[in-house]
Ligand binder design. Structure first.
Ligand code: FAD
Ligand code: NAD
Length: 468
């Protein structure tokens, strides 16, 4: 079979790229080694984790917050089998949706491991070892990533687990030890803390979510400790873990160099993800993944050193986020079709789906400082928001960073109710290079959480917040 474009990997990068190629009239094939489409995101990432976050949030609210609303429940219990079955159903609906979209767009799909024979020929090896070959004028590598392993801490997938197994536990742990206070550790840690587990987070850096604006990590740690009893051990270097029966012992070195240990029944290793290129046959076309992180090198057009071979998503540099992968899929499809697309990597929002939610776009205050940029800040706490008081979600704040001279928005960082959805307003504003005053002068519906963004923008505009 001869195609204009062959996409390897059907995660959000690959499937969106394939659909955009087909929309542009390119004859497109997609190769996926798993039985279902959608990659990490739909099968073992974004979607199942959000399903469990939603279920556990309902339980936590019913157990802890309903009483204050005058709703009294007794004998609450968790049916883990049903909770996981619902999550599996959510996955099934989503992956079926991708299959439908492939058919609708007349994209040919192949199941099996795709590997390069040469830059235009892809061999597909299915589960039974049967092979077939297809050729394409262009190839897009979208093979994603896998959890990073710590060489001194072997994952047994039963007691020492990654996010994948953590999405399928049959019981609520008594004591869950989470290695890594990043996005996965905090989201999945929250799930089980809400369901009743004691959760201890061991993080190497001095702050959780260390790559986000420092104010966010500080507030999130405070709230997760207060509301869910989560414990945090920052500045701790994990040195190993052992399993004995149902017990896991994790050892680490604290900032003073002293040995510390925790005993639990499960341990999630969530220390980042590594680009996945195994079995792709990159050596056959002369592409060498980078030493650090195993990323495939690409230029500003997301083309590898081999012309006509592109790479997108988690397998290349940049944030490992589904929406970044999707935008890159569209970008490459449009490049192949001769268009001149653009991605502003500074404006890719980042979200942590804890409660309160955390969301950011643009530069952090730490980045502005290190760049020597002159900026001003404005902040507004949710405890001063009428909508937040009504819903009982008063933790967190919105922080606006604007250029000291021009007032242009440089970064917006929020922690609070529905921040995941609210960050879109900031991304749109920054895409159009709005000033803090622009936001402050736009009418925001009352009472909504979005008023906190307007108030923070007012605060940045000559300290003019109204409700504070
Ligand atoms: P992937 O989604 O990893 O897809 C790659 C696909 O390629 C896989 O299906 C794989 O089987 C296939 N493949 C690999 N090699 C071959 C081969 N040789 N032949 C054929 N097929 C191959 N991001 C967000 O933006 N929001 C979230 O809320 C979020 N939550 C997450 C929660 C968890 C628990 C995890 C683990 C990740 C989460 N992410 C989230 C990150 C997100 O899942 C990834 O950034 C995204 O899936 C990357 O998309 P991708 O298309 O690059 O690769
Ligand atoms: P991460 O990079 O977010 O966090 C890993 C954390 O582990 C970091 O804080 C790091 O300092 C710490 N760490 C590293 N080595 C350590 C060690 N030896 N001991 C203790 N701590 C250590 O990675 P993640 O949480 O594994 O997530 C992987 C990727 O998946 C991320 O890039 C993220 O973007 C993506 N993801 C996104 C979402 C979302 O968008 N909501 C959700 C889940 C995952």
């Amino acid at each position: 079979m001869q195609y204009d474009v062959i996409v390897i990997g059907s995660g959000p990068g690959g499937y969106v790229g394939a659909i955009r190629c087909a929309q542009l009239g390119l004859k497109t094939a997609i190769v996926e080694k798993y039985k279902t489409f959608g990659g990490t995101c739909l099968n073992v990432g974004c979607i199942p984790s959000k399903a469990l976050l939603d279920s556990s949030e309902h339980y936590h609210n019913a157990a802890v917050h309903f009483g204050t609303h005058g709703i009294n429940l007794s004998n609450l219990s968790i049916d883990m089998k049903q909770l996981m079955a619902r999550k599996d159903d959510v996955i099934a609906q989503n992956v079926a949706g991708i299959e439908f979209l492939f058919k609708k767009n007349k994209i040919d799909s192949f199941t099996g491991v795709g590997s390069f024979i040469d830059k235009n020929t892809i061999k597909i090896t299915n589960e039974d070892g049967k092979t077939e070959q297809i050729t394409g004028k262009n190839v897009i590598i979208a093979t994603g990533s896998k959890p990073t392993a710590l060489p001194f801490l072997p994952v047994d997938k039963k007691r020492i687990i990654t996010s994948t197994e953590a999405l399928e536990l049959k019981e609520v742990p008594n004591h869950l030890i989470v290695i890594g206070g990043g996005v996965i550790g905090l989201e999945l840690g929250s799930v089980y803390a809400r369901l009743g587990a004691k959760v201890s987070v061991v993080e190497y850096e001095k702050s959780i979510i260390p790559t986000m604006d420092a104010a966010l990590g500080k507030e999130l740690q405070r709230v997760l400790k207060k509301s869910l009893g989560m414990e945090f051990f920052l500045g701790h270097k994990v040195t190993g873990a052992t399993v004995k029966g149902k017990k896991v012992t994790v050892t680490a070195e604290n900032a003073k160099g002293e040995a510390v240990k925790w005993e639990g029944d499960y341990c999630i290793v969530a220390v980042g993800r590594t680009a996945y290129t195994e079995g792709l046959g990159l050596e056959n076309i002369g592409i060498t993944p980078e030493e650090r992180g195993k990323k495939i090198p690409v230029n500003e057009h997301l083309e590898t050193p081999v012309s006509g071979v592109y790479a997108i998503g988690d397998v290349i540099k940049g944030a490992m986020l589904a929406h970044k992968a999707e935008d890159e899929g569209v970008f490459v499809a449009e490049r192949i079709a001769g268009q001149k697309p653009h991605i502003d990597y500074n404006l890719i929002p980042g979200v942590v789906y804890t409660w309160p939610e955390v969301a950011s776009v643009g530069k952090t205050e730490e980045q502005l400082k290190s760049e020597g940029r002159k900026y001003k800040t404005g902040s507004f706490p949710f405890k001063a928001s009428g909508r937040a008081k009504a819903s009982g979600d008063t933790d967190g704040f919105v922080k606006v960073l604007a250029d000291a001279a021009t007032d242009e928005l440089l970064g917006v960082h929020m922690i609070g109710p529905r921040a995941a959805d609210m960050i879109a307003e900031a991304a749109v504003a920054m895409e159009y290079r709005a000033s803090a005053e622009d936001i402050a002068r736009i009418c925001h519906a009352h009472p909504t959480f979005t008023e906190a963004f307007k108030e923070a923008a007012l605060a940045a505009t000559a300290n003019r917040a109204i409700h504070m």
